[in-house]
Design a protein around this ligand. Structure first.
Ligand SMILES: C[S@@+](CC[C@H](N)C(=O)[O-])C[C@H]1O[C@@H](n2cnc3c(N)ncnc32)[C@H](O)[C@@H]1O
Length: 335
């Protein structure tokens, strides 16, 4: 069959698809520059040879990776000298308040899941994917929790604080609150609020560091617990469940029943999670998360929360770019 390539029908999605299929190159370059320590090495500006010497890398290839970093707008070049951009100083240094270094370390671990995806789909078993190499394997939990800080601190927590009204409320329980960043931002936004970050002991150790770092220890306490065995507490007038109701495998019913018991009548439940649309056609962020971990559709999530006995269950905001939604509901009466 003869096909005239000059006369093909216009398919507007072509350029997007051609970018998506190898978007991994930019991702891999950024993760490699972080893993090799380029950004920490550039706290002081330097040449490619300086960076190579500080990071024990090959000078010629270092120069090429730094050129990619310039194109990614995390490094600037002035002749032979490279320096961090304000974006990199804000996000890519370990001690920055909104650091995403944990997020990049976590992405490095997730890389191996995505690399093994064909085998995972063939077998139906997540364990079919290769394990990440050291040091990522043994620091997985720590990287995961710091990853949540990087995500929350760079827009997501602010988005929640803009969309939820907690004025007049005084006791927030942040169930499986990870690094505590949502509690920090909500307490900063609502002056009468205090919070408790409730999570596994190894996570609480990190939350304490983050809460201290932001000078919020007077208003935010911590409590170690395990949702398999422990109740969440009682007497709270608002309760956040962020990224812990990841679809059918997440035992959402059990967690929501404990949440109901922890809230006093009139208490507000806030759920933040990935949400697919009811047609199961996207958004992309939610569909990808559903493939890796699991996610409810919007309708399923509303129904699961209603079935747990909450009333006035409403989707109050959604962010299609991330594929996430924010839901509030009310605990009307004690059991
Ligand atoms: C995806 S993170 C969400 C953290 C935070 N809520 C956020 O949105 O950034 C899941 C959290 O669940 C906690 N977690 C996992 N298993 C748990 C368990 N059995 N009991 C209590 N917390 C648990 C983890 O320590 C982690 O902080």
């Amino acid at each position: 069959m003869h096909t005239d390539l000059l006369d093909l029908p216009d398919l507007p999605q072509t350029a997007t698809l051609m970018e998506q299929y190898w978007a991994f190159r930019a991702s891999r370059a950024l993760l490699a520059a972080h893993q090799l320590g380029f950004f920490e090495a550039l706290r002081e500006p330097g040449t490619a040879a300086d960076v190579a010497s500080r990071c024990q890398t090959d000078p010629a290839v270092t120069e090429k990776l730094l050129t990619v970093c310039c194109a990614l707008e995390v490094v600037e070049r002035d002749g032979d000298t490279f320096k961090l951009t304000p974006l990199a100083r804000a996000l890519l240094l370990k001690d920055s308040p909104r650091t995403i270094t944990g997020t990049l370390n976590h992405a490095e671990s997730l890389w191996w899941f995505w690399t093994g995806l064909p085998e995972v789909v063939r077998t139906g078993k997540r364990e079919s994917a290769p394990s990440p190499p050291e040091p990522f394997a043994s620091h997985r939990h720590e990287h995961w929790i710091w990853a949540m800080h990087g995500i929350a601190a760079n827009g997501v927590a602010q988005w929640i604080a803009r969309n939820v009204d907690l004025s007049g409320r005084s006791r927030l329980l942040d169930v499986a609150g990870g690094p505590g960043t949502y509690s920090i931002v909500l307490c900063q936004r609502f002056p009468s609020l205090t919070a408790v970050v409730w999570d596994l002991p190894e996570t609480i150790a990190i939350a304490q560091q983050v809460i201290e770092r932001f000078g919020m220890a007077e208003r935010i306490g911590v409590q170690a617990g395990n949702w398999d065995t422990d109740e969440f507490g009682e007497g709270y007038d608002c309760l956040l469940m962020s990224n812990i109701l990841h679809g059918a495998g997440s035992r959402a019913g059990m967690k929501l029943a404990k949440a109901r018991r922890a809230l006093r009548p009139g208490g507000l439940l806030i759920v933040h999670d990935f949400l697919m649309n009811d047609d199961r056609t996207g958004p992309l962020g939610a569909a990808l998360f559903n493939l890796m971990v699991g996610a409810y559709t919007e309708g399923e999530m509303l129904s699961v929360i209603r079935s747990a006995g909450f009333v006035d269950v409403q989707l109050i905001a959604s962010d299609d770019r991330r594929g996430a939604g924010l839901i509030t509901a009310v605990q009307l009466a004690e059991d």
